[in-house]
Design a protein around this ligand. Structure first.
Ligand code: HAM
Length: 431
């Protein structure tokens, strides 16, 4: 019996156990692969940063900075924070290492992020993001590219049912005029707004547009919209983006209420949402943030990017039972007796040299039991090394999935046979 107080992990911070890893690794391989196809390069930044970085980048009045950061003072008296997202660090690193001087960068990252939110399904305190950031491009083309990366990723993961919502926030000036106008409109209704919205009215009225409260939503129906404050060139930019997306066959919906929870956005914003994950519907989100590099002390650099929540992607992949990610073995190797164990080891190694994933069953039990185990393993083919096997004699290959027939064959025919049986096997990371 365990003693009374066995130590547990921290609430909202999960262990990822071996039976989950094949889906995680499949998702991660697809992420790396999609980044490679669009020529994004990986960047890894520290998990701890100065608190100031996130205050300046994400905004002092945002939920993340006000309520959700893991912040502490270290032994030197410096205020440090576990990163709640990856964009601020990426731009900080770009500035610091001169990656953004008169050059463009396509960067990606993946790793744990930390937000002290109320944990629930799809929302954790340690979660993982995959993000891409395209730095140095001003036009709508790069925005369309960022969307295409997402769309390709869903295809690679076999996901359907994700819908794209887009909006534009316009310039900082337009937004501040809109902010003032929204505040004027909402102030007479202050008492009827939900509690969070009342608090936001003074400092961050734009976030009220995000409110899920029905009464607040009703009040918002007649509120001014951001679109009323767009300048002509911003409108044209957004129209051009929509044209690019349409001509690439991407379906989207313009959601003029979409404002996002981070202050650095300066134009195009978007979210990919699903109705398969309950309340946590955003799988991937991002937009343009042209002011951030300068805000962090660098030169002005136009930028666009997104981040996906990996827990949500993995959950979606599991729900969709996307077969391409199940990392089943190709071969389950059965040796019929201890005498042929040596041949079994040699054949298993030979097949691994040919890049097949092989599980050795060893000859610990009878053939029937071993075949049952082979079936449970999900392997495509059971290869049986019969009792008395010598190099010139025949192996038995038994397809366990699909239509193929059980056959005897010499070792020299095995590779070709297996290729035929394992065509549909997992997309391995091609890097
Ligand atoms: P975000 O919307 O805060 O944006 O987060 C992006 C995604 O991370 C969300 O859509 C969601 O899938 C996932 N996520 C966020 N919080 C949690 C959580 N507590 N638990 C599980 N998943 C979560 C950003 O972080 C921006 N940096 C995106 C970006 C990149 N914009 C431009 N470049």
């Amino acid at each position: 019996m365990a003693s009374g107080n066995a130590i547990q992990s921290i609430r909202g911070m999960n262990d990822l156990l071996p039976d989950q890893m094949s889906t995680w690794q499949g998702v991660e391989a697809a992420l790396r692969n999609v980044a490679r196809l669009y020529d994004y390069s990986e960047i890894r930044t520290p998990i701890l940063e100065r608190t100031e970085l996130f205050k300046r980048a994400i905004g002092e009045q945002t939920d993340i900075v006000e309520k959700e950061m893991y912040t502490f003072t270290d032994n030197n008296g410096d205020s440090l924070t576990l990163r709640p997202e990856g964009t601020a660090s990426t731009v900080r690193a770009g500035n610091q290492h001169g990656l953004l001087h008169n050059q463009t960068q396509r960067l990606w990252y993946s790793g744990p992020m930390f937000r002290h939110e109320r944990p629930q399904k799809g929302r954790y305190r340690q979660f993982h993001q995959f993000g891409i950031e395209a730095l140095g491009w001003r036009g709508p083309e790069v925005e369309a590219e960022v969307i295409m990366v997402g769309e390709r990723l869903w295809r690679m993961l076999g996901l359907t049912g994700l819908s794209l919502q887009i909006n534009t926030l316009g310039s900082a000036e337009g937004r501040s005029m809109f902010r003032a106008s929204l505040k004027d409109y909402l102030t007479p209704f202050e008492k009827s707004l939900d509690e969070d919205s009342q608090r936001r009215l003074e400092k961050n009225p734009l976030r009220i547009l995000d409110s899920k409260n029905a009464e607040t939503q009703k009040i918002l129906e007649n509120a001014p919209t951001l679109q009323d404050f767009l300048e002509r060139k911003e409108r044209e930019h957004f129209e051009m983006l929509q044209m690019l997306l349409s001509s690439a066959g991407v379906q989207f919906e313009v959601n003029s209420r979409l404002v996002r929870g981070l202050d650095y956005y300066t134009g195009f914003v978007f979210e990919w949402v699903t109705d398969q994950l309950g309340a946590q519907s955003a799988v991937c989100a991002g937009g343009r943030y042209d002011g951030l590099a300068e805000q962090l002390g660098g030169r002005s650099v136009p930028a666009t990017g997104f981040a996906c929540g990996l827990e949500r992607l993995v959950e979606l992949v599991s729900l969709n039972k996307a077969n391409s990610l199940q990392a089943h073995p190709d071969v389950y190797l059965i040796t019929q007796s201890a005498d042929v164990e040596g041949a079994g080891v040699r054949i298993a190694e030979y097949l691994r040299n040919k890049d097949f994933k092989v599980v050795s069953g060893f000859s610990s039990s009878n053939l029937k039991k071993q075949l049952r185990r082979a079936d449970v393993s999900g392997a495509a083919v059971a290869v049986i090394v019969p009792d008395g096997y010598a190099l010139e004699s025949q192996l038995m290959a038994k397809p366990l999935r699909g239509q193929g027939e059980q056959r005897e064959m010499p070792e020299s025919d095995l590779e070709k046979f297996l290729r035929g049986c394992t065509d549909q096997l997992p997309l391995e990371d091609s890097e």
